[in-house]
Design a protein around this ligand. Sequence first.
Ligand code: ZN
Length: 288
Amino acid sequence: MRFRPYQWFVEPLLALALRRRRLAALGFDGPVPEVAIDWRREADCEAPCPVVKSKVPRLVERYVARRAGRDDPLRLMPMVIDLARYPDAAAFDAALKARSTRTLPKIRKAEREGYVVRPFLVQSHVFDIHAIRTSMPMRSAGPVLDYWLLKPEKIATPATQRHDFGWPACPVHWIIWWGVFLPEPGYRQGEVEVGERLVAFVKMWRMGDIVHYTEIMGHRDHLEKGVMLLLHRAIVQWLIAGELAAAQGARLLLYGALEHGRAGLLTWKKRAGFRPVRMVADAVEADG
Ligand SMILES: [Zn+2]
């Protein structure tokens, strides 16, 4: 096991300091729901798979408890959307509307202004990712070290020609970048003409039943346009529709923990449909 000082020492303190108050702010006073998850999904896993399954991934170590029915006050509480609750896109829209009547009008306005959402290849938009990451020194999650330190080449090697996006080989273990784009004729990334500007992105990980927003960020100049909610809703719709293998059978969309960030981040998660749960792996099979 690697030495993880933040995970071992800071996160338990955060959980102890913030959990009760934040649960109360979300209207929870009893136990949160528990969901059994399988991150290996051996039957659906296909080669070449990027995950070495003999090692428990950090994401699972961090968020998934090993025993059902027991509170663990020192573990961060995951914030998730339980995709099984939403049979179709309309059901999810209704949930968004119930949390804030301003969400859907804002998303529709962004669509009318020409913003489009799709997955992309990180190498094709390195300079825009750099521009987004360095557009603000502070975010709702805290200070952004990249604001001062990041060089574009650290993100990925920039592409020198156009490449098409391809879906990952293993449908249940992957990293996919999704972006919000604004068409802009002649727009370039380095030497390559791409004809559109990336203004927001999310780096998503799938680990079997769990799909995780590892990093989600928008450019300062476009945040007021509702691009983050537009991006989020498009991804949830893609997961619910389950038309492609990479979206099929995903159970939970995870976006960090209840204890992460400042109050504004928690409000955003609440409006976006995220709720606290306990995730449990290797639990006894549900008996109906
Ligand atoms: Zn796999």
